[in-house]
Write a protein that binds this ligand. Structure first.
Ligand code: AHR
Length: 540
């Protein structure tokens, strides 16, 4: 934990300076005057005739670690539970996640993955172990390989497994893959069949270790590189359906920030990859970046004001700098952008809720987190040529979750609603948008007033995502659409009375999307954005 403090603090200080510089450079319409009530006007130019890269649907991926109530209670209640479930997996959570069209789920960790031994989570008799990373609680292993694969099947997603590099062996990892994917009747394939799944599973993505520079084994880049070469050689996917097409993508551990130790990490892995031989390869490089201005996390997830709203959003915009920095290193060794940058842990990390179990990383999720989610998704979309996968941390009950549960009760968070509103951007083609963002200033924090992305889906519909960061002023948006004859526009918006508005088990819909009115006149679409809001509009 101490090393994380140093890492995150230093990263923040430097990035705070960089973001301050960038924001100053885009300051074009002057500071806001909170409370004056006058709308700001911002023009967007959206050019559908210049399509950009595809926004890979995998940037809307999720992360489910054995941590707190993320898996146990959040996803798994067991077949005997009175909470409605299918084979132990809670039905309300499955139904809610289906609506997000979750492209992939990363499992079993996180730090947990580097202490996970898959054999303990299969068969009738499950070993009870410990979860030393997260509260030192007992791990019943009742949610194991088959239960996870059942879960992703129920929500219609793909598996992103992380193999244990820190305390495991290449043999253990390769046997897990054989167990999962072999069609021939090997002893392991027969064991899988005996455990209820005769057909091989599809493993779409494989992470080789997790944060190997820290909780994954505190390795130097050179040490990790040696491990990576061995693992990438032996973690074979034998599923016949994944040989020519739908090949499993192997994702190496990448950086955890912007400071020199991580630029060195990215450089070491990518340089080695450029000169790699036939016997090892990767298809992705992971990056982790949480929005956590101070370590240990001290910002609260409830009961905060405009100052903390601004500070958190300013910190989250560091993502742009980080993605750009590591993309530039990758470009040096991989100009054809064959290797994806996979931001497989991101989101807000606040102080744990008072009274919650230490190490369970329980936090509320407010309107601020909805804005934060939109800003990060927009950054990933704008870097769609390199960022082709991302996983918010985490899916249920942990950190910036989509869903919170309390026994039989379940609520959808503001972040959930943003992910649902952004579904049309999955695999859509990025369309360039140019605009003067303006600025919003509160105290010593200056932010862009608005953010926007546009994309065109396969049916030809244009989608605009608009975020008004200013918590006190409306913004009148006039979007000029070229390359598409706009006839109708409709959309929905997410806002609430306060920046710290949350959904609770008593008031489940305090923050929920509502329809928004739009106008189409000639090639212009106009809409008024409420303060602190996220809006998605379809234009046909
Ligand atoms: O998401 C919580 C933890 O944060 C993960 O286990 C670890 O990879 C990261 O440090």
């Amino acid at each position: 934990m101490a090393s994380r403090f140093v890492r995150r603090s230093r990263t923040h200080l430097r990035n705070a300076f960089l973001i301050g510089f960038i924001v100053a450079a885009v300051a074009l319409t002057g500071a806001s005057q909170p409370g004056t009530g006058a709308n700001q006007a911002i023009e967007l130019a959206v050019d559908a005739s210049k399509p950009g890269p595809k926004i890979d649907r995998n940037i809307f991926g999720q992360f489910a670690e054995h941590l707190g109530h993320g898996v146990y209670e959040g996803i798994w209640v067991g077949p005997e539970s009175t909470i409605p479930n299918t084979r132990g997996i809670r039905s309300d959570v499955v139904a809610a996640l289906k609506a997000l069209e979750v492209p992939n789920v990363r499992w079993p960790g996180g730090c947990f993955a580097d202490e996970y031994h898959w054999r303990k989570g299969i068969g009738r008799e499950r070993a009870v172990t410990l979860n030393p990373n997260w509260g030192g609680v007992m791990e019943p292993n009742t949610f194991g390989t088959h239960e996870f694969m059942d879960f992703i099947d129920q929500i219609g997603s793909e598996a992103y497994l992380s193999v244990n590099v820190g305390s495991g062996t290449p043999q253990e990892a390769s046997e897990w893959l054989e167990y999962l994917t072999t069609v021939q009747p090997t002893t392991l394939a027969k064991e899988r069949a005996a455990n209820g799944h005769p057909a091989p599973y599809k493993v779409a993505y494989l992470g080789i270790g997790n944060e190997s520079w820290d909780c994954g084994g505190n390795m130097s880049p050179e040490h990790y590189l040696s491990e990576l070469k061995i693992y990438s050689r032996f973690v074979r996917n034998f599923n016949p359906a994944q040989q020519e097409r739908q090949k499993m993508l192997r994702i190496a551990v990448g950086p955890g920030g912007g400071e020199p130790r991580w630029t060195e990490w990215t450089d070491t892995i990518m340089k080695a990859w450029q000169g790699h031989t036939w016997s090892w390869d990767i298809e992705g490089l992971s990056m982790h970046s949480y929005t956590v201005p101070k370590w240990p996390p001290s910002y609260t997830s409830v009961g905060f004001g405009e100052t903390e709203y601004g500070q958190i959003l300013k910190t989250t915009l560091d993502m742009e700098t980080l993605v750009a920095r590591h993309s530039a290193i990758m470009d040096k060794y991989d100009p054809e952008k064959k290797i994806a940058l996979v931001v497989d842990e991101w989101g807000a990390w606040y102080a744990q809720l008072p009274g919650s179990t230490p190490g369970f990383l329980a936090q509320q999720n407010s309107l601020r987190d909805a804005v934060l989610a939109a800003l990060n998704l927009n950054i990933f979309a704008r870097h769609a040529d390199r960022v082709r996968m991302a996983n918010i941390a985490q899916m249920v009950n942990v950190l910036q979750a989509m869903i919170l549960t309390d026994k039989e009760k379940m609520i959808l968070t503001p972040t959930y609603h943003v992910f649902r509103m952004y579904v049309p951007f999955q695999d859509a083609t990025l369309v360039p948008v140019t605009f003067d963002a303006g600025t919003y200033t509160h105290g010593d924090v200056t932010l862009p007033r608005v953010d926007a992305i546009a994309a065109k889906d396969a049916a030809g519909t244009m989608w605009l995502a608009l975020t008004n960061l200013d918590p006190t002023r409306r913004v009148d948006i006039a979007a000029r659409i070229s390359g598409l004859s706009a006839r109708t526009a409709s959309g929905e918006t997410l806002t609430a009375a306060a920046v710290d508005a949350v959904n609770t088990f008593e008031a489940r819909k305090s923050v929920a999307p509502k329809p928004i009115s739009t106008k189409v006149a000639g090639d212009h679409v106009t809409v008024t954005l409420e303060p602190k809001s996220v809006t998605v509009i379809s234009i046909k």
